[in-house]
Ligand binder design. Sequence first.
Ligand code: NAD
Length: 458
Amino acid sequence: MTFKKKMLCIGAGYVGGPTMAMIAHKCPQYKVTVVDINPKRIAQWNSGELPIYEPGLDEIVKATRGVNLFFSTEIEKEIRECHIIFVSVNTPTKTFGAGAGMAADLQYWEKTARQILRNAESDKIIVEKSTLPVKTALAMERILTSGNNNIHFDVLSNPEFLAEGTAIKDLKDPDRVLIGSRRSPEGLRARDELVEIYANWVPSDRILTSNIWSCELSKLVSNAFLAQKISSINAISALCEKADADVTEVSRAVGMDNRLGSRFLNASVGFGGSCFKKDILNLVYLCQYYGLNEVADYWKAVVSINDYQKERFVLNMMNAMFNTLAGKRICLFGFAFKANTGDTRESPAIFISKRLLEERAQLIITDPKALDNAKFDLEGLEGAISYIEDPYEAATGCDAIAVMTEWDVYPKLDFKKIYDSMTKPAFVFDGRNILPHKRLFETGFNVFPVGKPPMTHF
Ligand SMILES: NC(=O)c1ccc[n+]([C@@H]2O[C@H](COP(=O)([O-])OP(=O)(O)OC[C@H]3O[C@@H](n4cnc5c(N)ncnc54)[C@H](O)[C@@H]3O)[C@@H](O)[C@H]2O)c1
């Protein structure tokens, strides 16, 4: 079969895999190849057990794989063959040197750019899918034009707004697709080529085109605003606990204001995920770089409140359980950073596990999708940790349950059965406010929600 276009994505992770699967699904006329330096990841994409869990992903991959969607490790060959190259390699926070702990580590991006330059034999459009600091496209252009090979490269910014857990829905029906380009005739031509791809299924009024720097910045700003909303309600949850107010009532009242909206106003143990913290710190670093220290401090506070909320959760547990956690068996309900994903990157459960182990508690961790990642995250830590998939078995003999992830199976469990199997007095610390608190209290539990008065039997 001959395809109308051949496109490549470098980086087969949480973004590259689902995004390209959706393009292949919606555009049978294109050949889509996804490559990665990690052969194990590629083998998983080619197997019956995909490397990431995402509702709806299996069906799309199964329908397109081997037809017009391919996963491969032959990066150099694919670079030569494809005209459009998406890059969605990881851009974690830098851990060394200048900007350590804040700036984005761009080494994977730069290596990719150099590899493209070495192997390209014809003009290419390079699409930034990774989240990058503003002006990265300029650096990419400089690397790509450093060869003397008469090959022309256009760099576009096309940040990905999908959220893990709803990636397929978000890709199928996005709020908007953002494409930033240079204003030169070549830049606009490249932009139009990318617009044409999305126009296969995204309505034209939702495909926004912009200046390339606004585009790069919009992704960081979008994540910073979302995280800020969570940190705002979490800060208020601490006040509610002192003032006998109920944060759910407050957030409902506030969220019904159309100007604010109700989403991202659920108080919790804190936000996690690979993006929010890293992207805000990246923004903070950019502000500091431009000498905007007040602006940097403002955004830094969003991360500080998140750290505070996680520590506060542990201290509340200790306080409630007679000021010592040593030797107590604590069952963590959930380890993923949110429901419907197995991803545990920056999950609040990691910090909380470490702190509970420091307090010499014993941990029993249960999660429907994230136990393998949890084992990896906690590997080598001192202390007693067990991993049990069945929540009933996990809670048996425990002193407390702490809800870390809002999996919808948890509120539906038989809490009478769980209560009967636990050590008494039995405690529940609901870090997501998803359990039926009154019913649990009536069953015999001492219940500690976030941002609401506790319900105790003493
Ligand atoms: N995860 C999300 O929800 C999300 C959402 C929007 C944007 N983003 C952004 O997208 C980017 C990718 O995120 P992710 O979650 O998919 O990361 P990920 O770690 O899941 O995947 C990145 C992949 O790139 C591969 N890789 C690294 N260097 C490579 C190279 N030189 N050649 C080939 N492959 C290489 C890695 O092996 C890995 O499989 C990041 O910049 C992130 O900020 C992530």
